[in-house]
Design a protein around this ligand. Sequence first.
Ligand SMILES: Nc1ncnc2c1ncn2[C@@H]1O[C@H](COP(=O)(O)OP(=O)(O)OP(=O)(O)O)[C@@H](O)[C@H]1O
Length: 369
Amino acid sequence: MAHDLELVGVGKVYDNGTPAVIGFDLAVEKGEFIAFLGPSGCGKTTTLRMIAGFESISSGEMRIRGKRINELPPERRPTSMIFQNYALFPHMTVRRNVGYGLEVKGLPKAERDAKVERIIETLGLGDVADKRPERLSGGQRQRIALARGLVVEPDILLLDEPLGALDANLRKAIQNELKLLQKNLGITFVFVTHAQSEALSLSDRIVVMNQGRVEQISPPHQLYRRPDTPFVAQFIGRNTILAGTVRDVAGGRVAVDTPLGVLSGTANGAVPTGAAAQVVVPAEAIEVHTALEGTREAVAAKTGGNVIAGRIRRSDVVGHVSHLSVELPGGRAISLEAHVDKYPPGAFPPGGDILLAWAAAEATVIPAR
Ligand SMILES: Nc1ncnc2c1ncn2[C@@H]1O[C@H](COP(=O)(O)OP(=O)(O)OP(=O)(O)O)[C@@H](O)[C@H]1O
């Protein structure tokens, strides 16, 4: 069975010479929720617009259900796009806004009305169907835009930062609705966002982009736990990244010589002996021990892992979270967080010497390129 959507070496160079997207490969299963995540200008919207047909493709091939679509105009693609500003027609009622795409397609009125009513009901817009969008709240307008995209029964729904204009609470509520709707309809969603938490909570897989290139394509948990590249390690989650040179590799475990001593972690990618590497340690994997608990060796023996020395710079409690700022040898500071029960107020006074420990399995060693 062909994939719902395939990008094979897709590239985009704008007329002014800007290489916006470079060698993008992706294969999406039917019903998957895919997020494009990355900093501003990394090429997310350009890629989405190429899928929709609003932007031409400079190189590579794009296929939907096995058929090449490079030359197909937007209206002949089985896709719908939802824009960040919703692009609703202010002078039309909600019902007409929703039905507009079907009207353009020339669907008979009876058939059109039936489809419109069904989607209006699915999205809970019955009460406002005869109103104009400008009188409605951000959340309602967002739902109208969704209804308008879905009513044409696309194979793939493309969403460009669709929740960007909503306040935090509403955004959370609509995220949940969106996820549920997507699962119920079984439609493939491709969603552009620069909000990490949104991508992590909504998607089946995330495509992390940087400067026009794909850095990593993984399910959220894997992206978080096992970054493939230095960019992903610093972009996703809160990692401490320690650079060094690979000392040896055995059974998937890599020992790295760093200025802070030999540290080890799980290999991710090719990290041969002698190669420059980074040890990536998630903030939540790091345990803080006071120097009173024993020597570095004793703590290492107890925690079964890596230990480095540090000194507390600051410790604050905000609500139920303790924040520690820790200075490493050499002067660099890292920050750690934990529930206040774990690091109670006053447990780590400023200036105090501590040891930071983590299990080798929790750390990931990646090539430093
Ligand atoms: N019409 C255009 N002509 C020339 N360059 C463009 C055009 N549109 C976008 N670009 C450039 O292409 C690159 C990718 O832009 P794109 O809008 O795809 O990024 P993005 O990841 O969606 O960013 P954002 O999160 O800010 O929307 C940027 O360098 C941008 O300046």
